[in-house]
Design a protein around this ligand. Sequence first.
Ligand code: SAM
Length: 311
Amino acid sequence: MTEIMQEIKTTHKIIIGDSRRMEELEDESVHLMVTSPPYPMIEIWDDLFRRLDERINKAWEKMEAEANKEKREKLVREIYELMHENLAEVWKETYRVLVDGGIACINIGDATRSFNGIFRLFPNHSKVIEHCEKIGFITLPYILWKKPTNKPKYKGKGAFLGSGMLPPNAYVTLDCEYILIFRKGEPRKFKPNDKLRYASRYTKEERDSWFTQIWDIVGTKQTLPEVERRVAAFPEEIPYKLIRMFSIIGDTVLDPFLGTGTTMKVAINLNRNSIGYEIDEKLLPVIKEKAGITQKRLFSDYSFEIIVRSK
Ligand SMILES: C[S@@+](CC[C@H](N)C(=O)[O-])C[C@H]1O[C@@H](n2cnc3c(N)ncnc32)[C@H](O)[C@@H]1O
């Protein structure tokens, strides 16, 4: 550990509340956002979106009761749009709280699903890009996270969807998720020889492997496997690389969809300040455990604040 790291005191804030409003945060107070939201049209998140927005719930009920195929189709599209509008509220708040030159990294996967008996793709990554550009973000080249576990099974039989070896009705599998990268305004400026910036440097080998478009991340080291699977936690390697690539020691990192607290854990270890929002209060003990709030650490000094918003 470098001397500078021992001098740095970091603070960490867990807010149990809805990140569509981040009223606890001042404008331009965050340097980097790293997150993975609930993915629209992935079944495990249906209920959450329906609870978040009554319009989604109503449209869903209508869709299920609708006999006319065309009208049902329209409702499916409306639901998909509304789910992304809800996520966009968070992207808008992120834009407000980021400093000029601050970066937002959004891990998102596309979804495949059948409605009306028709199998189709919901290209979540392109919707997020569309919304973020409307908000004012500058889109930067993104990363494809190649996941070995993403091959869907069709009727329990294997990875490829369709009709054996007969063209033309089979489907390509989804093997990658996206790590979208956006910036607010122009790149950040630093004084020449900025001590913290230099202490945050990566090696040439790290640069050569991190700043490439395809990340092949295989082993996902899970500390709390059951809950991590339930909330679709990302492996620590993802926030680790992103935080080292796009922030410096002493910066503030935000995760508006904190889940089990992976981003916060990594931010603590990398001597960044952090803020995390999580709507599900039941995850608070999990976040505390993962972030090591109860443990005393030998070298670095950090403090915590937990805010539970009244409903
Ligand atoms: C995909 S999980 C994040 C997993 C996280 N990256 C991890 O490693 O554990 C998304 C999380 O966002 C939370 N969430 C969804 N909508 C939210 C909102 N509007 N405000 C705050 N948290 C929200 C969900 O409860 C869920 O825990």
